[in-house]
Ligand binder design. Sequence first.
Ligand code: NDP
Length: 479
Amino acid sequence: MYQTMMLIDGEQVKSLSGRTAVIRNPANQEPVGQVFLGGREEARAALEAAERAFPAWAATSPAARGKILHRAADLVRERQEDLARLLTLEQGKPLKESRREIQASADVLDYYAEEGRRIFGELVPSASAGSRSLVIRQPVGVAALITPWNFPVDLMSWKLAPALAAGCTVVAKPPSLAPLAATAFVQTAHDAGAPPGVVNVVHGPGGQVGAELVENPISKKIAFTGESSTGRWIMEHAARHLKRLSLELGGHAPFIVCKDAHLDRAVEACLRRAFNNMGQICISVNRVYVAEEVAEEFTNRLVEQTQRLKVGDGLDPGVDLGPMFSQQQREKTREHIADALEKGARLLCGGREPEGKEYEKGFFFLPTVLDHVDHSMLVMQEETFGPVAPIMTFQTVDQALELANDSPYGLAAYIFTSDLSTAFLAAERLEAGGVGVNVNNVAEIQAPFGGWKQSGFGRELSHYGLEQYLEIKHIRLGI
Ligand code: NDP
């Protein structure tokens, strides 16, 4: 069994209480690792270590910080197979996807290693002849990085890399149920030469460890990805010290297929974005709106391709979809499907667990397509975070856009059309932080990622992601 400790002030630390938790494989519930669990005290120790390390790290040149980030990226690539295997074992996703996640995280480290050199200042014209105005950017201070279980490594890299590049020191809190690969990932920054206290990792319940990171005045910035309800709690409690926040919260992405869409591409894109990672992605396709003229063909093709997806243990080659992360996620998915069927939806495929001995112990579920859905149903209102594609038809693009925007969430939205004007006007009208036109992914290292409405605020990736860890200072100089 893999054993993982906390990292505080450059030391591997067990926990004051000696408490541990066993991490289990969602494919068969067998133990894969053991983690030492801390509480508020360990979180405080980590924050204090980060506070002590901050002045020297902030004063380190961006080029020197960048070297450490590049080295960390190299270590991640060297350790890729171990990290990917660990990720599959604790999270369930197929190994090929875990490999992609690890590679992408190394790329993010490399990107910010360079972007950190471009923390520019400005010389602003002054109103008076006797003064000059300089604007500089400086690191905000100790940053707390709190992440969920669906992309535990990727989402940690989106925070760790810009924070370190900006000159912040960090305390990372990986998700309690999938902390192994994320901890091993953060460890690479330490192994790459980040001085003691610059990078810390604490484990333990969000309500204790996470809460301490949020409430303790030492942390000046909270970067959080997770549920909207947790984000709301964090915002309320961080308000006491008016901390800087970036909150990447839930999503409920619409996927619009116009009558002039390239259907092969639309079906393929929908299939992947609805079911990858078993729909446990904040930018998953949650609602499919198809023009009446092409609805039958689109639906038939989607169902046919969905039924071909291979569900199984993520370590088995050839598997497209692993198990769901937890029983809780599977139950929620079942509830959403049952609610839709009760209200008149039609089940076209899936809707149940696969049959066979190999599926008995894991949280497996078949990818599901529904049609005849409407907005009274939970699947069209709440984030299912499960492998369900509910299809509704529309007559005009205007109608589709209204339906798409009829949600409290606004993280990602997708539209498939061959008409440039439709694409442009729709992209402008969709209420989301990212719009995919004829593509099913809005995450790009060089571009900002984040939400509108109840999907949160603040941006990750790109130079906008770096800005989140910087304060602006005006220096007025009398000459
Ligand atoms: P949670 O909000 O339950 O947990 C996220 C992290 O917050 C975990 O590390 C958790 O710790 C911690 N936490 C829990 N309570 C507190 C607290 N009071 N103070 C501080 N930290 C706390 O989310 P899930 O792990 O269930 O992740 C799934 C959610 O994440 C989905 O809603 C999904 O949409 C969203 N998400 C959003 C993305 C985006 O970019 N917008 C991307 C990916 C996911 P612990 O594990 O110990 O409970």
